[in-house]
Design a protein around this ligand. Structure first.
Ligand code: AHG
Ligand code: MN
Ligand code: MN
Length: 343
């Protein structure tokens, strides 16, 4: 029988869909000969929950699941229906997978002990970030951190398994539900971004080895708070204006961060007179994005300290956040320290 070799016709199909998230995770696991595959499975569990949450979000305008849930969370913020739905979806996916022993979520007052003593990992999650934007059809996100438990497997979980520094993360990621849905993650060896193709139900590698520009011309801050800010920060904002930087602030941290990661910019949620610790949660938001930022060559500080080095003292602890391109964060830090005087 005659055979002919298969030659891929690159021109015929418009574009090549390329590497799926599953295949990418598997190829990375193969780099570590003794890896057990549990972290890989955990990342797949998160990706599956993401697809389900993506479906809920896309239907929100039609299916009567927008709007407020009618309760406030532990932070005193009004929970939206989709906050609650996303929290349930992620918790369910993580508890069924078997790799996780405990979850801490922005939407739950206490640690969720999955009673799975063989689970090696702890997950911290903001199931829906920017949830006040759901009902107005603006980009929202999910943020997650993964830690290895420090107490021995086979025993009940301990407080030290939960309150770990950002530096101890073994993986972190975010999902952006925007004009397309993207999942971006790191396991401490660079940052890679995947775009969801809904008709195939798969994430495909679209942004390999993401690197943040060293500097940029975008500043993202809620300027409505200006009167509440310290003088040094006011001076930095004035500096941004004198440089004619672009002000871009969506009010969904994931979306603001993602834009600035790609284009170069700084996101600031400062300490203010009304909120002396800022608003952003260290364990659910700041740590994951700080890990990703550093892996992409960007920076995250609380004004003076590196975010990843802060020892959390409580689950829902807040932190001021200066996040983004290295030179911009460094300039903001100088203004805060009043090393640079506004001229
Ligand atoms: P969440 O919806 O998870 O509570 O987070 C909202 C956060 C963050 O995403 C955003 O940048 C910030 O709150 C917006 O706060 P302001 O409305 O005070 O600017
Ligand atoms: Mn959030
Ligand atoms: Mn949230």
């Amino acid at each position: 029988m005659k055979t002919k070799p298969y030659v891929r016709d690159k021109s015929a199909l418009g574009y090549s869909v390329g590497v799926t998230l599953d295949r990418f995770i598997k190829s990375k696991q193969d780099d570590f000969p003794f890896a057990s595959g549990e972290l890989s499975q955990l990342l797949r569990d998160i990706a599956l929950a993401t697809k389900i949450v993506n479906r809920e979000i896309n239907r929100a305008g039609l299916s009567n699941i927008g709007g407020a849930f009618g309760q406030t969370n532990v932070q005193g913020e009004e929970q939206q229906n989709l906050d609650v739905i996303a929290n349930i979806r992620f918790t369910r996916a993580l508890s069924k997978g078997g790799e996780v022993c405990a979850i801490v979520s922005e939407e739950d007052d206490e640690v969720i002990d999955l009673q799975n003593q063989s689970g090696k990992y702890v997950v911290a999650i903001d199931p829906l970030d920017g949830s006040s934007n759901i009902d107005v059809n603006i980009s929202i996100g999910t943020i997650f951190s993964i830690y290895r438990r420090v107490s021995p497997v086979g025993h009940p979980i301990q407080p030290e398994d939960i309150l770990q520094k950002g530096l101890d993360q073994v993986a972190a990621g975010y999902v952006l539900f925007g004009s397309s849905t993207m999942l971006v993650y790191t396991t401490g060896n660079g940052v890679n971004g995947f775009t969801y193709e809904p008709s195939l139900g798969e994430f495909f590698l679209s942004h390999p080895n993401m690197c943040a520009p060293k500097t940029g011309t975008i500043y993202s801050i809620n300027e409505g708070m200006t009167n509440q800010m310290d003088e040094g920060l006011k001076n930095y904002i004035q500096y941004c204006k004198e440089k004619a930087y672009s002000a871009r602030y969506i009010g969904s941290l994931v979306a603001d961060f993602h834009r600035n990661l790609l284009k170069g910019g700084i996101y600031i949620y400062p300490a203010t007179q009304n909120t002396p610790n800022g608003k952003i949660r260290l364990m659910y938001e700041a740590n994951a994005l700080a890990f990703i930022a550093e892996q992409a060559g960007a920076v995250a500080i609380d004004g003076t300290r590196r975010i990843l080095e802060i020892q959390p003292e409580s689950l829902h602890q807040r932190t001021p956040l200066y996040l983004g391109s290295e030179e911009m964060v460094s300039m903001a830090e100088s203004f805060i320290k009043e090393k640079v005087l506004n001229s």
